[in-house]
Design a binder for this molecule. Structure first.
Ligand code: F6R
Length: 610
């Protein structure tokens, strides 16, 4: 997500900050900026787009300073542009703040500040911070106290760094729910959201904990709690090397993104479940909730992995919202003169928000008068902007070409939309509450599955030389079979097909012999017995079987060659769990084949051409 770096010392910090921002690029970003204080005078430079563009701007200004902060932004509130980019400042432009995280009560804070005479330039939640801190400076507090008092009014998450012309010998930083470290150097100190930003300069770091603030000078740093108690901080030596860090210590972005899923899913859920009411709150759909709930039909249109999540969405919406739902490949939809009426709602799902086919289908649906809604990851992307309303999945930047965490976050958002509509229609409070509770437990359950990584790697070793794979599942897990097969073929170049398990007997069973591995997605649900019959059919033909099964299922081990056990949840959420082992299986097979998992041949992250 967003990245933070700050420097105070004897050197010119401009190249240090820019290089640090480049090191944070692996996180993905859409704009960047610096604030500097040189001989008591502050300056701020921001730019939409790459750090290299910011660098060009900075180079043309010939800037130098010994105190500064820098930020890469991944938009959450407000489109990516220069005004919304960080650092944000107070009205006198002498106090600068960079912020990672989300200020949940920013509207209330903004209103209060407006009444005090403050005005706002950006659409961001973050901009309340410089004004709030400023309001305490005006009351005579020093910078550190002003930051501490301001943060005690903030609800949400933050990692922040603040500099102020009036106290040009320090950076004040604080953390709650968004990582922050202090880098300790010789007559220079750093602050960063991630070691990668400062590793070129120091390996000595102190980790801030939630609820801690730090005052960083060039030769010391003082840490306090938000309730003003000083705490001694241990300084650790990092063993990481520079070439490891771009991927946050992981060998590939894909693995990093798979492993991030407990967090990305948490971010997709944050603030969106109303537990007492057993429903969901989706700010982006508020203006259209009634029209959506009363739709005669829902169409979901997307490509690739996003299309697979749409298929799961169809099962969810039909089961709980009881609205007829169809899922269309965007590329087909746009060319086949679809029947769409103003009583239809069409959802467009896209991680990048830039997929050409999806965008063209969206334009077509709009022309035909449907309610057009977006489910996107990239804030301010063309599909997000082109939709009448929508929901961001907040999965964070996805860099590996094979989509992983975006898929699970799309499913979370589809489940929330289903819950929202279903509760407005037939779903009881008790049933709504139990879905809400299960949603809350998903990140923890993903965490448990990720612990099976080395077991899955061992299974990958057994199957890495297979030439074909079959993935079978039923109901909610049929789209997971398609997604598992897609993951494998796109990064390992092994031919793989996904099928509804019961369809096997209508053709694919002819392929089965000892050389055909079959992956069954077979959790204990209402189709379990039928899946077991399919497993027996494969066994009888000497097929090798991997089963994704329920933790509570001890019988299946006797029937199949390998099992990967996942925790139980309600059926509609099961795909969020069963897909994780399939992502890891594809990943490990591709790695064992020596392939470029992050940039598979012939594929691009965002398909902006037809
Ligand atoms: C598969 C994959 C692609 C994308 C597809 C749609 O791993 O990444 O199939 O899902 O190109 O992309 P978005 O979601 O950006 O519209």
């Amino acid at each position: 997500m967003c990245g933070i770096i700050g420097y105070i010392g004897e050197k010119n910090c401009v190249p240090i900050l820019l290089n640090g921002l480049k090191r944070l690029e692996y996180r993905g970003y859409d704009s960047a900026g610096l604030a500097l204080i040189n001989n008591g005078t502050a300056s701020v430079i921001k730019n939409k787009g790459k750090v290299s563009l910011l660098q060009e701007k900075v180079d043309s200004l010939n800037l130098s300073a010994k105190l500064g902060i820098g930020h890469t932004r991944w938009a959450t509130h407000g489109v990516p542009n220069e005004i919304n980019a960080h650092p944000h400042h107070n009205h006198k432009k002498n106090l600068f703040v960079i912020h990672n995280g989300i200020i949940e009560n920013y509207q209330t804070l903004r209103e209060g500040l407006r009444q005090m005479g403050y005005s706002f330039l950006s659409e961001t939640d973050s901009e309340v911070l410089p004004h709030l801190i400023d309001s305490f400076l005006q009351k005579g507090f020093d910078l550190f106290k002003a930051v501490r008092l301001a943060l005690s009014e903030v609800e949400g998450t933050y990692g922040i760094a603040v500099i102020y012309e009036g106290e040009p010998n320090k950076i004040v930083a604080a953390r709650k729910g968004s990582p922050l470290i202090v880098g300790v150097g010789e007559n220079e100190n750093f602050v960063a959201s991630d070691v990668s930003a400062i590793l070129a300069h120091t390996k000595q770091v102190a980790y801030l904990e939630d609820g801690e603030l730090v005052e960083i000078y060039k030769d010391k740093f003082i840490t306090k709690t938000i309730s003003d108690t000083e705490i001694a901080k241990e300084v650790h030596e990092i063993s990481m090397t520079l070439d490891q860090i771009d991927k946050g210590g992981y060998p590939h972005f894909m693995l990093k993104e798979i492993m991030e899923q407990p967090d990305s899913v948490t971010n997709s859920l944050r603030g969106r479940i109303l537990f007492k009411k057993g429903t969901a709150k989706l700010g982006g759909l508020e203006s259209v909730t009634e029209q959506l709930t009363n739709s005669k039909r829902i169409i979901i249109s997307a490509c690739g992995t996003s299309w697979h999540s749409g298929l799961v969405g169809e099962y969810m919406l039909e089961q709980f919202a009881r609205i007829p739902t169809e899922v269309e490949y965007a590329s087909e939809f746009r060319y086949r003169n679809p029947i769409i009426t103003p009583e239809d709602t069409v959802f467009f799902i896209s991680q990048s928000g830039e997929t050409a086919d999806t965008l063209a289908a969206l334009r077509e649906a709009k022309i035909r008068g449907a309610l057009v809604l977006g489910i996107c990851n990239v804030v301010g992307s063309s599909i997000a902007r082109g939709s009448m309303a929508g929901v961001y999945i907040h999965a964070g930047p996805e860099i590996g070409v094979a989509s992983t965490k975006a898929f699970t976050s799309q499913l979370i958002v589809l489940a929330l939309i289903t819950l929202l509509i279903a509760r407005k229609k037939h779903l009881s409070l008790i049933d709504g509450k139990s879905i809400a509770e299960e949603l809350k437990n998903i990140p923890q359950k993903i965490e448990e599955i990720l612990k099976l990584n080395s077991h899955i790697e061992m299974i990958a070793e057994q199957f890495k030389d297979a030439k074909n794979f079959l993935y079978l599942g039923r109901g909610y897990n049929f789209p997971v079979a398609l997604e598992g097969a897609l993951k494998l073929k796109e990064i390992s170049y092994i031919h793989a097909e996904g099928y509804p398990a019961a369809e096997m007997k209508h053709g694919p069973i002819a392929l089965i012999d000892e050389n055909m591995p079959v992956v069954f997605i077979a959790p204990k649900d209402s189709t379990y017995e039928k899946i077991v019959s399919n497993i027996e059919e494969i066994k009888a033909r000497k097929g090798r079987i991997i089963a994704i099964a329920s933790q509570s299922d001890n019988e299946i081990d006797k029937l199949v060659d390998y099992t990967i056990k996942v925790p139980d949840t309600i059926r509609m959420l099961m795909p969020i769990l069963t897909v994780i082992p399939l992502q890891l299986l594809a990943y490990h097979i591709a790695v064992k084949k020596g392939l470029n998992v992050d940039q598979p041949r012939n594929l691009a992250k965002s398909v902006t051409v037809e």
